[in-house]
Design a protein around this ligand. Structure first.
Ligand SMILES: [Zn+2]
Length: 116
């Protein structure tokens, strides 16, 4: 494992290959979203990441993802529909996707723009 305190995964979301896809955590159907929830792990530092992906097929540029840190213990108590409230409770999270004009970044907001 690399220096766990200063991993690039904490600065911005990395390319897919930087992560190990651990498993799917289900689909969040709140408000008809069908958001895909997955658990990823950083290959460098071993941190676990929640990754939430949603897209509205009838809307262009609606695809977006949100990522936040989580522990394995936290995952056990997280049904898919609680993912967004969990991410909103964090001090910060990552976002990206066509909804954000293809940009990505780090947000300190406690509101996640997940609905169409
Ligand atoms: Zn990392």
């Amino acid at each position: 494992m690399a220096d766990a305190d200063s991993c690039p995964c904490l600065e911005e979301s990395q390319q897919h290959t930087h992560y190990q896809h651990i498993r799917s955590l289900g689909v969040d159907e709140t408000n008809g979203r069908f958001g895909d929830v997955e658990l990823w792990q950083c290959k460098s530092c071993g941190r676990y990441w929640l990754r939430y992906l949603v897209e509205y097929e009838h809307l262009t540029a609606s695809g977006r993802y949100f990522m936040g840190l989580i522990t394995l213990e936290g995952v056990d108590n997280l049904p898919p529909e609680k993912t967004i409230p969990y991410l909103e409770s964090l001090d910060w999270h990552f976002y990206g996707g066509s909804y954000f004009d293809g940009k990505k970044g780090k947000s300190f907001s406690h509101h996640i723009p997940v609905d169409s």
